[in-house]
Design a protein around this ligand. Structure first.
Ligand code: HEC
Length: 173
C-alpha cells in the first residue's frame, strides 16, 4: 500500500515537472491558428455557457420590445463597432475578424438561443480570452446596453433596409 502511494506521488511529481517544462519552456504554441482538439473546444463552450447562465441575473426592462429601444440599439450596434467583428444586416464584418480565434459568430444565428439577461451580461462584461470586449469598460451605460439587447433580440427579423434607415447618419468607429 505504502509503495503504491509512493508510486502515485512520484508519478504526480514527474507529471508536474513535464508540464512545467512544456508550458514554461515555450513548447506550447499560443498561435491563434494552433490546432485545438474538438474535445477542448466543446469543453470550453460548455464552461462559457454555464458561466453566463449562472451570472446573468439582471432584471430585464419592461420596454425591451419597444421600437424606439430596438432602433436606438441598432445605432449603438453600428457606432460601437459590433459590425466590425460580427457583421450586421447588409453590413459585412471586417476581413481581420476571420483571423480571430474563436471567430465571432453571426449573431442572428445565436440570439434566439440566448435570454436577454444573458446577452446583456456578455455585452457588458465581454468574454475572457476571446476577442469579445467588455462594453462597460468601453464606456457604454447599462441603459444603452439594454438598447443593444433589444436590437439583438429582433436581429433575425431586421431587414437590410430597416437597418440602413435606423442607422442613417451613424458612422462606424
Ligand atoms: C473585436 C471583435 C468583437 C467586437 C468589436 C464585438 N465582438 Fe462580440 N464576440 C466576439 C467574439 C470573438 C465572440 C465569440 C466568443 C466565444 O466564442 O466565446 C463574441 C461573442 C459575442 C456574443 C455571444 C455569442 C454567443 O454565442 O452567445 C454576443 C452576444 C456578442 N459577441 C455581441 C456583441 C455586441 C453587441 C458587440 C458590440 C457592442 C460586439 N459583440 C462586439 C468579438 C467581438
Amino acid at each position: 500500500m505504502k509503495l503504491l502511494l509512493a508510486l502515485i506521488g512520484a508519478l504526480g511529481l514527474i507529471g508536474a515537472v513535464v508540464a512545467a517544462a512544456f508550458f514554461f519552456g515555450g513548447f506550447y504554441s499560443v498561435a491563434g491558428t494552433a490546432y485545438e482538439p474538438e474535445i477542448l473546444k466543446s469543453v470550453l463552450i460548455r464552461v462559457r455557457t454555464a458561466s453566463i447562465a449562472r451570472h446573468a441575473k439582471d432584471p430585464v426592462p419592461a420596454n425591451i420590445e419597444e421600437p424606439a429601444m430596438v432602433q436606438a440599439g441598432a445605432k449603438l450596434f453600428l457606432a460601437q463597432g459590433c459590425t466590425t467583428c460580427h457583421g450586421g444586416p447588409g453590413v459585412g464584418w471586417a476581413k481581420f475578424s476571420e483571423g480571430l480565434h474563436p471567430d465571432p459568430p453571426d449573431l442572428k444565428e445565436v440570439v434566439n438561443e440566448r435570454s436577454p439577461a444573458e446577452l446583456f451580461w456578455v455585452v457588458k462584461n465581454g468574454i475572457n480570452m476571446t476577442g469579445m470586449p467588455s462594453f462597460e469598460v468601453a464606456g457604454v451605460k447599462d441603459q444603452e446596453l439594454w438598447q443593444i439587447v433589444a436590437f439583438l433580440k429582433k436581429l433575425p427579423d431586421v431587414s437590410d433596409t430597416d437597418f440602413k434607415a435606423w442607422t442613417a447618419g451613424v458612422t462606424k468607429p
